[in-house]
Design a protein around this ligand. Structure first.
Ligand code: PPS
Length: 284
């Protein structure tokens, strides 16, 4: 079995995707004004955001998040299982995606649908991705962090280059229907982030409802929720020691990169992300 499906130059996880969906279903998919899209490069905190939005929609009540798997609550538009959920439920409001800007269904760009895009320090994304893709059979397994580091800088990893993904979607950052969040801000002040999301979605929560959103979307609560912690994944897909909610911290790259890797990463980051205003990327 091939490690990736290559779709218009972007490598996608072979086990989750299928050519027909990518070539036929996706380009025709109609994004409706009512849709809320959660978009990210993999390992940026997507599932945390999905959990928060589901809880906001339910005013903090955890019944839904504790009874329906997270990939059904907000199906990934480009995956086989997401496709199935979407065709079975035409009214599906919440949709997730890791697709780069140029592959996303074009109907979105003329709709009033709202998109929340979450970014994370790509160094932490790299480390999180290394563990995830090593311990699952969704795509090519890196045999070491050194190998994965090289793949990452070249964009030979699931969903392609972090730099291109981020540049592409950040072109929308001044649009009214686009909310840019970062994993780092979510960690630093989760309450404030939830309030921002509520404002963006036009939702009002009472203080006790907000407390419940905070409580049920915490790392610990999600780790214990089998509908959100990916323990329901089939055993043949994951290797021993797979943990989806792994560390949930910022700056873990410092425990993994050598000095030379840190310098090489800085150089590529500066080259590829030149031109963005300082302060847009809230990590050290
Ligand atoms: S995926 O598979 O690409 O959709 O992964 P994604 O959800 O984007 O990112 C997974 C990382 O997010 C961390 N995570 C959280 N951090 C803090 N709080 C909460 N509630 C939370 N939920 C998920 C998860 O642990 C992964 O990061 P690492 O660094 O690997 O721990």
């Amino acid at each position: 079995m091939a490690d990736y499906i290559w779709f218009e130059g972007t490598p996608l996880p072979n086990l989750q995707n299928n050519k027909e969906i990518l070539e036929e279903f996706l380009p025709e998919f109609v994004i409706r004004d009512e849709n809320i899209i959660i978009e990210s490069y993999p390992k940026s905190g997507t599932n945390w955001l999905i959990e928060i939005v589901c809880l906001i929609q339910n005013k903090g009540n955890p019944e839904l998040i504790q009874s329906v798997p997270i990939w059904q609550r907000s199906p990934w538009i480009e995956t086989k299982i997401g496709h199935q959920t979407l065709i079975n439920n035409e009214g599906q409001q919440l949709i997730s995606s890791h697709l780069p800007f140029h592959l996303f269904p074009k109907t979105f760009f003329s709709s009033k649908a709202k998109m929340i895009y979450v970014i994370r320090n790509p160094r932490d994304v790299l480390v999180s991705g290394y563990y995830y893709w090593s311990k699952t059979k969704f795509a090519k397994n890196p045999e070491s962090l050194t190998t994965y580091f090289e793949w990452f800088l070249k964009g030979n990893v699931p969903y392609g280059s972090w730099f291109e993904h981020t540049r592409g979607w950040l072109s929308m950052r001044k649009c009214e229907n686009f909310l840019l969040l970062s994993y780092e801000d979510m960690k630093k002040d989760t309450r404030r982030t939830i309030e921002k999301i509520c404002d963006f979605l036009g939702k009002k929560l009472e203080p006790d409802e907000l407390d419940m959103v905070l409580h049920y979307s915490s790392f610990q609560a999600m780790k214990e929720n089998k509908m959100s912690n990916y323990s329901l994944l089939k055993k043949e897909i994951v290797a021993d020691g797979f943990v989806f909610l792994r560390k949930g911290t910022t700056g873990d790259w410092k425990n993994h990169f050598t000095v030379a890797q840190a310098e090489a990463f800085d150089k590529v980051f500066q080259e590829k992300m030149a031109g963005f205003p300082p302060g847009l990327f809230p990590w050290e």
